[in-house]
Design a protein around this ligand. Sequence first.
Ligand code: FPP
Length: 252
Amino acid sequence: MKTLQDVDKTRVPRHVAIIMDGNGRWAKAKLQRRIYGHQHAMQAVHEATEAAAELGCEYLTVYAFSTENWNRPQEEVEGLMELLIKAVIEETPTMMKNNVRLETIGDTSRIPKRSLDYLNRAIEETSKNTGLCMILALSYSSRWEIAEALKGIIADAQKGLITPDQVTEETIRPYLATRNYPDPDLLIRTGGELRTSNFLQWQMAYTEFYFSDMLWPDFRKPDFYEAICEYQRRQRRFGKTGDQVEAENQQS
Ligand code: FPP
């Protein structure tokens, strides 16, 4: 079992993204309704956030609710929206204690007003914190984000603010929901599925992937440290050769 001491503090990923999968199966194994799994997922969110903050990660993005999740049974969607309220009420004091700033990406206009009000209050309350930025991906999908970015670019093109030859990787970035964040260095996905599920597709071009069979409600700090240690064993080449990367590392 990995501990905080096992992590090399000089090479901590700036940005960790998490697909928190397996809540439904966790509940089913206990002969409970799916929402029971989501309720028990909160402790795992709490521990991952604390671990990321303690390690000095700058950004943690968690996939709390995808665009496609609106198609789940009404009872589950309503349960998740209520859980969002409980989560922000219970977690805001811990975020304040740990200097964590809460932000969101996604089409939050679809979130019920009561849940959104609580969420916005927590965002406001934590907005001056300078430590870890905890980003809730809510009503988010990459295809939604890319479609929104295209709308923005076309609107600006119509106003004469951008021309087709000015469209580059760099000029696209300000139109993305993640414009203020660096790309994730590490993606953790629990629940045993080997896919990215419409999450940060543009941003994860060079992200390291870590898949775990563990179901999300069982995920604890040592599991987060394990993922970070595995990340630290990887060589990130960004299309270069291993020799080039080693030479660069020796120079720095
Ligand atoms: C995936 O597990 C999980 C989700 C779709 C929701 C994640 C929600 C939480 C971690 C709780 C916090 C929620 C909010 C809104 C703050 P799954 O249900 O797809 O699991 P399964 O693959 O076992 O069915």
